[in-house]
Design a binder for this molecule. Structure first.
Ligand SMILES: [Zn+2]
Length: 393
């Protein structure tokens, strides 16, 4: 930026005029440079951007020995100053693999015209890397798989098969699809848009936020199901902050119960609860049992958001006789419109193949826009939208 000149009160107006002209020229030149640079970067990015960077990250990590269950993708994903920051946690067999993957990421970031950085305050970690791309950023934690990894069940990856690998379904295949939009309550901006979506699309509201209560009331009034989005301890807590009212695994029974009760009391009109974050807490059967007992006491339902492959939340809910189920697809872990559409296709496919499916998205402008656009086409595409509570048993 050109430095601002001190205003001169002298009467030498021609000199002043010349100065003003010079300032204008500098600003114009700056703007031209800025936009030219931006377009150049965008073009270069799109040239290699057929795939999501997350897909590349998964592939590269797999090559260095990370098993699918040890890649914790997009947990959480946040929006910071208009940029989607996607957190990935990857466990690798050894320190050498960490070193090699670091090198891979450096090269990969360069081909995406991105910027890779390792902030000094994170250096004590096994390896935390930030990759800034156009409109999004990756906060990548690399660690050596230790005792912790052993507790993660070695299930097949939850990642759905690619569309090309699937058999085509008969045209008659029809299914029910539920969509829940998480993380409401922080601000009111997108509430009218969410309220205008089909009534079957439900919203999960975080407790104790400035707009938790009025958001719940507004969506209930407009016919949508309201869910409590109960914050739970993620791996990486407290750096990863689930927000006020979170359930922590270090809490004794009494505290877990009072924390759940306060959250249940804070958000009105709820029909059920699903977890916000919770990659650590939902693996803890003891904590989950206390949580589920409180939920059962209110006659509510529970939907497992599945932020970790090792979750036992659904099992704990079932043990308490709570109607429960699980999220099948995350719609907007990648916040690009085409990625959201792809995930919606996936959800529709699963609903048609299996009879029903549950998708979770977030209160993000792009997600709402995609849903708004697609709203009319659901039945033509072979699915009926239903509120999530209808799919829990
Ligand atoms: Zn959430």
């Amino acid at each position: 930026m050109p430095q601002r000149r001190k205003k001169s009160r002298s009467k030498q107006t021609p000199q002043l005029r010349a100065l003003a002209l010079l300032a204008c020229l500098i600003v114009i030149a700056g703007a031209v440079w800025y936009f030219a640079r931006d377009r150049g970067a965008a073009t270069a990015h799109h040239a290699v951007a057929r795939a999501d960077f997350g897909d590349r990250l998964r592939t590269l990590a797999g090559r260095r020995g990370a098993r699918p269950a040890e890649i914790d993708a997009d947990d959480p994903i946040r929006r910071v100053g208009g940029v989607f920051v996607r957190t990935w946690k990857i466990s690798l067999p050894d320190q050498e693999a960490v070193r090699l993957l670091r090198g891979d990421l450096k090269a990969e970031t360069a081909t995406w015209q991105g910027r890779l950085s390792t902030p000094p305050r994170w250096e004590s970690d096994d390896g935390r890397i930030r990759v800034d791309l156009e409109g999004e950023a990756f906060d990548i934690h690399l660690r050596v798989a230790g005792g912790k990894a052993a507790s993660v069940p070695t299930k097949p990856p939850t990642a759905p098969p690619r569309p090309t690998e699937r058999p085509t379904l008969p045209a008659s295949a029809h299914g029910r699809l539920a969509i829940l939009l998480d993380d409401a309550g922080q601000n009111r901006e997108l509430v009218p848009e969410a309220a205008a979506l089909p009534e079957a699309i439900a919203v999960a509201v975080l407790p104790f936020l400035p707009h938790s209560v009025d958001t719940a009331a507004e969506l209930h009034r407009t016919g949508h199901e309201v869910w409590l989005h109960l914050p739970m301890e993620p791996r990486g807590y407290p750096k990863e902050n689930p927000g006020p009212g979170a359930i922590l695994v270090s809490m004794p029974e009494r505290e877990v119960r009072t924390t759940v009760r306060s959250a249940l009391n804070n958000v009105p009109f709820i029909v059920g609860v699903n977890n916000h974050m919770g990659s650590l807490a939902t693996e803890n059967l003891r904590t989950m049992t206390w949580v589920m007992q409180e939920i059962a006491g209110r006659g509510l339902k529970f939907l497992d958001s599945r932020t970790t492959a090792g979750t036992v939340a659904e099992e704990a809910a079932r043990a308490q006789g709570i109607p429960t189920g699980r999220r099948n697809v995350f719609l907007d872990n990648d916040g690009h419109a085409n990625a959201i559409e792809r995930q919606l296709d996936e959800a529709i496919y699963l609903a048609r193949r299996d009879g029903s499916a549950i998708a979770i998205g977030h209160m993000h402008a792009r997600t709402l826009r995609v849903l708004e656009r697609e709203a009319e086409r659901f039945s033509a595409r072979g699915v009926t939208l239903v509120p999530p509570s209808k799919l829990l048993h």
